[in-house]
Write a new protein. Structure first.
Length: 573
């Protein structure tokens, strides 16, 4: 049933109400809007649609259905798009430096569009890694009623009788370089690995952040699970449009939903699903927009006390489609809630709490994807934060699927990812070494690149579990093995990783959550006096601007002071 919304307190009054707004209204009439539509709330419908990769290709279709839901509930939808940088395309070359930066550009551009046109609420649809948190950051920054919707995961490819994802293609590059796969087989695999629209199919960063959207309360229950090609996703799109109008009527805003407890819920779901290490960068960034102190160490504490329950790739057997068919992220949340690992009182975009949403949902026992909380795969989460004299600000590793949680060996230092990848291709490394890739942090890169090409090549060569790798950059959600990212302070900030030399003994222990180099404080101080910053090639443009403002990975690699410093909130003007 269509509802009537008064405009006296809505932001859109600044462009639609009163004689002085006649010029503004003339633009709206020019686009076919009538007086009734102009006098309704104006709802931004934002997508990251583009033709760069399959992650985003179905978002435009889904946005049209969101608009129908908004209209049916008495709102006037106004669609707009923003950028996205897709990691699968950007990976393994200089283009990856644009990836993390794009998260900030997405949040900033959505903020500017909403502010400039005075939209009253927001529905955001996204598909790839940075676009999901970028939209969620914009939602809590603006604090207008908002609903997030994931575009959905890709269907699995099929190669020689088994399901495959893009992770298999990256690892096949290593197999090819090692002489274990022919060029024809590599071509056949790349041709079938990604058969549809949607984001990468494992519990990589996109699907991890999709799970976060439900766990944190910004996405409708069930909306994160269904694969992108299924047109039944349109039901979630329509419902998301209606839901944002209900939130507007009930005056429920994102910061009513995103609280310290809901952030802890999101971290618990990441741990339980063996999700991407990138969540330790995303959750602090979302918290930062709200003015909530929640850094990599806070995330790590939740990871440490949450059981690992979902047997998902890259550490496990199954993909996002399998999780959907087993019952979706809701069954993970159900068993976590039953085990006391979730805060059931957190509000969600349904207008109900987490516990109320899950009340009538049974945990299915006839599936193998998600284990019950009292019979976990492992008693602690699939992701671990580390700290020690090599990473005073912390570091992070995905341990889901790892058999050995300790590693010690001599450092083999590389000054950038390209040097490391070349060495791996040439097999210019030794088993037992700790490969160190530095100068790839948020400021030093700039842009904090992911290293999937290098780690996947190691696995393709059969040495993924015979070396460790540490970096002040990041790892893809598809990375597996003893790969430690987010090492802070980064080299560009005079962090210890920038002081390492070949042969220094590094010890990593995911059980005690430590990462140490066998050097005294005095030796580190001596090396620091001789240290000189490495210049990068970016003295102009967006990457230069980013490097001047970005903070540490410890607190989310954000670029502005955040909610704790704001003097007004857009929704209140």
């Amino acid at each position: 049933m269509t509802k009537t919304y008064g405009k006296s307190t809505l932001v859109s009054r600044y462009v639609t109400q009163g004689p002085e707004r006649a010029p503004h209204r003339s633009y709206l009439y020019a686009m076919g809007l009538g007086e009734k539509q102009i006098n309704q709330p104006l709802i931004g419908v934002a997508t990251t649609w583009n033709e760069a990769a399959p992650c985003n290709i179905s978002l435009a279709r889904q946005a049209q259905v969101v608009k129908k839901g908004v209209s049916a509930a008495g709102g006037t939808p106004r669609e707009f798009t923003t950028i996205t940088v897709t990691d699968g395309i950007a990976m393994g070359h200089q283009g990856m430096k644009s990836s993390l930066v794009s998260r900030e550009v997405i949040a900033d551009s959505v903020e500017l569009t909403m502010r400039g046109h005075c939209y009253d609420a927001l529905v955001g649809l996204a598909g790839c890694d940075k676009s999901l948190p970028g939209l969620m950051m914009a939602m809590v920054r603006l604090n207008v009623p908002s609903v997030f919707m994931y575009g959905g995961s890709i269907l699995p490819g099929h190669y020689k009788g088994k399901d495959v994802t893009v992770q298999d293609v990256f690892e096949a590059v290593g197999q090819h370089s090692a002489g274990n796969m022919s060029e024809d087989d590599l071509h056949e695999l790349e041709s079938v690995a990604c058969p549809s629209a949607g984001s990468c199919g494992g519990q990589f960063t996109a699907n991890t952040m999709a799970c976060v959207s439900e766990a944190i309360g910004l996405g409708l229950p069930g909306s994160a699970g269904m694969p992108a090609p299924y047109e039944a996703r349109d039901n979630y799109a329509f419902d998301s449009g209606e839901a944002v109008m209900r939130l507007l009527k009930d005056k429920i805003r994102p910061r009513d939903i995103v609280t310290r407890q809901s952030l802890e819920n999101a971290a618990a779901v990441v741990a339980a699903t063996g999700g991407s290490t990138n969540a330790a960068l995303r959750l602090p960034a979302i918290a930062h927009e709200c003015g909530i102190a929640f850094d990599i160490h806070d995330v790590g504490e939740i990871f440490h006390k949450t059981p690992y329950l979902a047997d998902l790739k890259p550490g496990g057997q199954y993909i996002a489609k399998d999780l959907f068919e087993a019952g979706g992220i809701q069954i993970v949340m159900k068993t976590l809630l039953e085990g006391g690992y979730l805060h059931g009182n957190c509000l969600t975009v349904t207008g109900k709490t987490v516990a109320e949403n899950l009340k009538d949902l049974p945990f299915p026992t006839d599936q193998k994807v998600v284990y019950p909380h009292d019979k976990p795969i492992t008693p602690t989460g699939g992701v671990v934060t580390l700290k020690g004299n090599l990473a005073p600000e912390g570091a992070i590793v995905k341990v889901a699927g790892l058999k050995n949680l300790k590693f010690s060996g001599p450092a083999h230092v590389f000054e950038c990812e390209e040097d490391a990848f070349k060495a791996v291709e040439m097999r210019d490394y030794k088993e037992g070494e700790v490969l160190v890739i530095r100068n790839e942090g948020p400021k030093g890169g700039p842009g904090m690149r992911e290293m999937l090409a290098t780690t996947a090549a190691l696995y393709g060569q059969g040495t993924g579990d015979k070396v460790a790798l540490i970096t002040d950059g990041r790892f893809s959600g598809a990375t597996r093995g003893f790969c430690i990212g987010h090492v802070g302070p980064e080299a560009a900030a005079k962090g210890p990783i920038g002081l390492l030399k070949d042969g220094d003994i590094i010890t990593i222990d995911a059980e005690t959550r430590t990462i140490e180099v066998d050097l005294s404080d005095e030796e580190l101080d001596t090396r620091r006096k001789d240290w000189q910053a490495r210049e990068n090639d970016y003295a102009t443009g967006a990457l230069y601007k980013y490097a001047q403002t970005v903070g540490s990975a410890e607190k989310g690699a954000t670029t502005h002071p955040g909610g704790s410093s704001e003097k007004h909130v857009f929704a209140d003007i």
